[in-house]
Design a protein around this ligand. Sequence first.
Ligand SMILES: [Zn+2]
Length: 674
Amino acid sequence: MPIAFCGMLALASCNNHQSIDPAHDPVFKDRDTTVKPGDNFFLYANGGWLKKNPIPAAYASWGIGNIVIEDIRDRLKKISEDAIAAKAPRGTNTQKIGDFYYTGMDTATIAQQGLTSLQPELDKIDQVNDIKSLVDEFAHLQTIGVGTPIGAYVGQDAKNSNKNVLQLWQAGIGLPSRDYYFNTDQHSVDIRTDYQQKHLPALFKLTSLAPDASILISNKIYGLEKLLAENSRKLEDLRDPYRNYNKLTIADLSKLTPLIDWNNLFQKTGFKNVDTVILGQPEYYQALNKALTTFDLGAWKAYLRKNLLETYSSFLNKPFEDENFRFWGTVMSGRKEQLPRWKRVLDAENSYMGEVLGQLFVKEYFPEKTKKRYVDMVEAMRTSFKEHIEKLDWMSPATKQKAYDKLAKVMPKVGYPDHWKDFSTLAISRQPYVLNILNANNFWFRFNAAKLGKPVDRTEWGMTPQTYNAYYNPSNNEIVLPAAQFMIPGVKDEDVDDAVVYGYAAASTIGHEMTHGFDDQGRQFDAQGNLKEWWTPEDSVKFSKRAQMLIDQFNGYEMYGLHINGKATRGENIADLGGIAIGLTAFEKTEQYKEGKPINGLTPLQRFFLGYSLGWLESVRKEAESSQILTNEHSPASLRVNGPFSDIPEFYDAFHIKKGDKMWLDPEKRVKIW
Ligand SMILES: [Zn+2]
């Protein structure tokens, strides 16, 4: 990452940030001062950069996360090329990285191979001849990463977070959410039409099926998926942890779905000693049971063939790759061209062997000093959050005591894991690329299945350190904050002033994740990570009333003719709003805030809000933004700034927002939860 320029004259005062060269001030240089802050703060803060940096043809979106990732990718490329040159002993991580990258880049062999390596899998599907062998094939395909209508995985029991249990969730549809099969907006209609009439037939044509037959088969597959979609719950209905928790014995599960021999299925899949399962959506599995006879075996086999091809297309020869990109890259996301091959191979390597690469990455990018800054910041945020809870006028003392306990027990994971995952059973060699991918899928399947019956490993990370993201896990009551999330492109961490860092990292990431433990979903889990009521009923009602105001606020926003789904996005919007409020209080304790000195004409408070907005600096193509609105629990980036800021009184003061400005909200409509 380039080192920030700290002007010669300013050098003496550089460390305490009395002045920052305007050309390298991350919150000064990228503004669009032709936009009024009170009309569209997102554009005021980021518009200058967005105008100068159109989305490159190969991308669906372009922004700060991409810049961070591009830089990391360059570094990972060097690591991978060095691994090839090292000729490391077989079985070492270096050998695996080298061979993965080598076979991914070897397009001559990939072209010559065609479908050869997947033929044994296609043959296996062909041999299905009754419902029993069909269900056996579901079991097998799951072990190599191929989607089936059975969504089985091992995860923590929501009501007993010390225990790993087998969970069954709705699954089986090919489009990213059930709404695509029914919504009447143009975006949804275009996508399902292309999927059914172009994409699926194209996949089958590539397996040498006659064009007529391929259309017929595609229609059958679509019909099957539509039935599964009809019986799948909507995004917002998956948010209620009680409604999506049904503990059943295998005998009870079998009564619900008599056509599926679950003991046999679990044994074939490799889930050992299963006596009970947690079933997310019973009505979905009842519908699946019926669909096993409603649709003939020919339709089911075609459906599985399609799922196999969808999983592996982007690792096969060019015709498969091209069709995969045409539908998923262009139609779904609006991208104009493929990423260069080396980036695609690295992205795959990163997703399958990310922790191996991550170990090398953090050595260089995340020194102890930086880690300490953010570990301390987590504690500052914890203190600030506690002060907010103390002052709440709507929460009773009884619930407050429980909230303090839960907050005190939030476990932070900062930067990178203390223990790295063991990749010794992952088999990567100079075999065909697609077989390396298949082995990697199988490795991750086994990794998950092996957790059954073992104690929960609370040190595990679900993201790599080089991921530009973060998460809260209610079952562990933990916030996980990867190193990459703290990076601001073009500046060294020590050259960024507190105002910007408190907005960028404390409010938008640390505070956001921390308040997830107390959002509409997270608040239903206790300090130990168990789904258990700890709120008084009156406090629950008061919380929900406030959450409803935020749902109404976001339902009122519209983009590309699509309304934001206030219910589905409420947890994220609550976390954004809470993160900002808590981040502000934490920032107000810093020297920079107390001194109040402007830098480049911007007050500390203004820099805080600009720092927060910097975290959402990005442009997104219309197709990708529309897909996000339909499938994602996060609001679009611009609304993650403009939405919550409209609720924050300090924002009105900092930028002199007045009635008549577009972001102005009536004081009684402004939401305050934390
Ligand atoms: Zn979130």
